[in-house]
Design a protein around this ligand. Sequence first.
Ligand code: PHE
Ligand code: CA
Ligand code: ZN
Ligand code: ZN
Ligand code: ZN
Length: 286
Amino acid sequence: APDIDVTKVQAHLTELNAIAGRNGGTRRSTGQGYRDSVAYVKGKLQAAGYTVSEQACTSGCTSGAGPNLIAEWPKGDASKVYMFGSHLDSVAAGPGINDNGSGSATLLEVALKLAETNPTMAARVRFGWWTDEEQGLNGSDFYARSLTSAQRSAIKAYYNFDMVASRNGGYFINHITSAAAAPMKAYWDSLNLQPEENVEGAGRSDDYSFENYGIPTSGYAMGASARKTSAQAAKWGGTAGAAYDSCYHSSCDTTANINATGLDRSADGVAYTLWTQAVSTTVPAN
Ligand code: PHE
Ligand code: CA
Ligand code: ZN
Ligand code: ZN
Ligand code: ZN
């Protein structure tokens, strides 16, 4: 799998932070800051050759919420789909750069790297940037509900990324012992990070919308408002007794609120997982 250049992920975060700055300091789902975020991600994906669509959330979302953004890499067996998703909205109180510019920028850069590398695919890869997560996982719930049962059963796993660069964070994996989590865990194990189950995040982000339909789910997270234990500080560093992200849902969740080392390890692990699950290992014949 390729190495993701964390400086490119950080450049996307700088753009999302600037978008919030032009729109009252927020990228909340009902505002122009959200719509501009969708336009930024969509423009990069279209330029790279993706099939991109906006899906208006016509039930269950907050009135006036902007759309989900869905991008599919148009190669590989369409009956085997691996999905990678993150919410693109912030809370009203701040620009949402760790929550969840971090997941959104990571997936954008991995998607661009896939297009640039253009490997032979063994499966389909589809990306989702969700609206209105902060009001109750609403955009992803609408998407999962809108699929037919055949479309749902084609999704072999859904991977979620919500807060993957927390400054005092830890290395958490959703459903860490599951088959879907195996490549995510293998990558962080290879860095000797000793990942743990994402207890804090269970049922609290968009993977839950897919889990509700029996789709296998996993993902990375580095933690929100819960506090780091002394055992976790001993193995990961950082401050015991302090929140994983002290700017959670606050105006200080800016580009200054990013753990660049954590962001890099998350992005590289996403690429490893995508390549492991969906890129062909067969050498093409000449
Ligand atoms: N879903 C939460 C949010 O967007 C983030 C979160 C993730 C909270 C993991 C706790 C644990 O605010
Ligand atoms: Ca890297
Ligand atoms: Zn979040
Ligand atoms: Zn949040
Ligand atoms: Zn679960």
